[in-house]
Design a protein around this ligand. Structure first.
Ligand SMILES: NC(=O)c1ccc[n+]([C@@H]2O[C@H](COP(=O)([O-])OP(=O)(O)OC[C@H]3O[C@@H](n4cnc5c(N)ncnc54)[C@H](OP(=O)(O)O)[C@@H]3O)[C@@H](O)[C@H]2O)c1
Length: 323
C-alpha cells in the first residue's frame, strides 16, 4: 500500500506545488555508497510513496537523484516530474553573489532538471578552495555577504530555475537580516531537529515569520554520524515499546506534531516504509510531556568539519546552539 504524505503550501499565493511534509534525505551515510545504490534507493522510495527528495551540491547525489527521476518516468512510476518535489542546496564555495547562478545551473545540469522546487543556502558562510578536503583549513573560511547572495537567490527564482528559495542552518538573527532587504522572503529554514534537539524557540520564530521549519537528522542521524542520542533514548524506547511502534516512528511522529516538515534518510526499503507509517495514530499528552523533558544536545556543528578554531565558524555554531 502506498501511504499518502500530508503536504503544506510554502508559497501561499503562487499556486506552486506544496511541499510534502516527509522528504527523503539523500546525503550518503557512507562515502562508499555508490551512485547506483542511491539511484536504486530513490526508485524504491518513489514506489513506496516518497515524493520529496532532499539533496545538495556537496552530497554528490544530484546525478543519481536525476537518473532515478528519469527512470521513474520511464517505468511509469510517475507520470510527470511535477509530481515530485526536489530540494537542493547552494554549497559554501558558491556563496558569493556572482557564483550563485552558475551553481544552480550546475546543480540543474547534474539533476537533469529544468527547475528545482526549493533552493537553500546550505550554511551562512563562505569557503574558498580549489578542491574540497576534510578537515577544512581555517584559511578557506570567510563571512558570507548575505545581501549579495540573497539577491542572487531571488534571481534564481525569478528566472524559474527554482520555484522557491530558503535557507539552512540559519539562526533568527540571520533570517531577520535577510528580511530587512528581501523582495522574496525565505520560505524554509532547514535545521537539525529531533527529540534530543527540539528547536522550540526557532520553530516559534519561523512560524511567526511564515517560514516552514524543516528538520534534518530527525533520528539524530543514527549511526551514520557516529551518535545514537535519539535511537538510544530510554524515554523514546519506553514509549515505542508501550505503543508497539519503533523508536524512529515515535521520533518522526513527534516532529510531525510540531507542525514542521522533515527529511529522513533511509536506503532500506522496510525502514523507508516504516518511516512513512506515522499518520494514523498520535502521541498522548503524557507522552509529549515525557519527550519534552529529554535532555537537549545539539550534534551537528560546522566546526566538526574544520581543522582549527575559526571566528566565523565559532559565531555560526554559537548562533545555532542558542536558537
Ligand atoms: N542542511 C543540512 O545541513 C543537513 C545536515 C544533515 C542532514 N541533512 C539532510 O537530512 C537528511 C537526513 O539526515 P541524516 O541522514 O543526518 O539523519 P537521519 O535521517 O536522522 O538518520 C539516518 C540514519 O538512520 C537510519 N535509519 C533510517 N530510518 C531508520 C529506522 N526506521 N530505524 C532505524 N534506523 C533508521 C539510516 O540507516 P539506513 O539507511 O540503513 O536505514 C541512517 O543511518 C540527510 O540525508 C540530508 O538530506 C541536511
Amino acid at each position: 500500500m502506498v501511504i499518502s504524505i500530508p503536504e503544506t503550501t510554502i508559497n501561499s499565493s503562487n499556486g506552486r506545488r506544496p511541499i510534502p511534509l516527509i522528504g527523503m534525505g539523500v546525503a550518503k551515510s557512507e562515502n562508499t555508497d555508490s551512485n547506483e545504490k542511491v539511484k536504486t534507493a530513490i526508485i524504491e522510495a518513489i514506489k513506496v510513496g516518497y515524493q520529496h527528495f532532499d539533496t545538495a551540491a556537496i552530497y554528490g547525489t544530484e546525478k543519481p537523484v536525476g537518473e532515478a527521476i528519469e527512470e521513474a518516468l520511464r517505468l511509469g512510476l510517475i507520470k510527470s516530474r511535477t509530481e515530485l518535489f526536489v530540494t537542493t542546496k547552494l554549497w559554501c564555495n558558491a556563496t558569493k553573489g556572482h557564483l550563485v547562478l552558475p551553481a544552480i545551473k550546475q546543480s540543474l545540469k547534474d539533476l537533469g532538471l529544468e527547475y528545482v522546487d526549493l533552493y537553500l543556502i546550505h550554511w551562512p558562510l563562505t569557503l574558498e578552495y580549489e578542491e574540497f578536503k576534510l578537515p577544512i583549513p581555517s584559511e578557506w573560511i570567510s563571512a558570507i555577504n548575505l545581501k549579495d547572495v540573497w539577491e542572487a537567490m531571488e534571481t534564481c527564482q525569478n528566472l524559474g530555475l527554482t520555484k522557491s528559495i530558503g535557507v539552512s542552518n540559519f539562526a533568527p538573527r540571520r533570517i531577520k537580516e535577510i528580511l530587512t532587504f528581501a523582495k522574496i522572503p525565505p520560505v524554509v529554514n532547514q535545521v537539525e531537529m529531533n527529540p534530543a534537539w527540539q528547536q522550540k524557540k526557532l520553530n516559534e520564530f519561523c512560524k511567526r515569520n511564515d517560514i516552514l521549519l524543516t528538520g534534518y537528522s530527525p533520528l539524530g542521524a543514527g549511526s551514520s554520524w557516529g551518535r545514537n542520542h535519539v535511537m538510544d533514548s530510554d524515554v523514546l524506547q519506553d514509549i515505542a515499546k508501550s505503543r508497539g511502534k519503533s523508536i524512529a516512528q515515535i521520533s518522526l511522529r513527534w516532529l510531525y506534531e510540531q507542525g514542521v516538515s522533515f527529511v529522513v534518510k533511509s536506503f532500506n526499503k522496510e525502514r523507508m516504509k516504516q518511516n512513512l507509517d506515522i499518520f494514523d495514530w498520535s502521541l498522548s499528552e503524557e507522552e509529549m510531556n515525557k519527550i519534552s523533558q529529554i535532555p537537549q544536545q545539539k550534534h551537528i556543528y560546522f566546526g566538526l568539519m574544520v581543522g582549527e578554531p575559526n571566528d566565523v565558524i565559532t559565531e555560526v555554531d554559537a548562533d545555532l546552539s542558542t536558537m
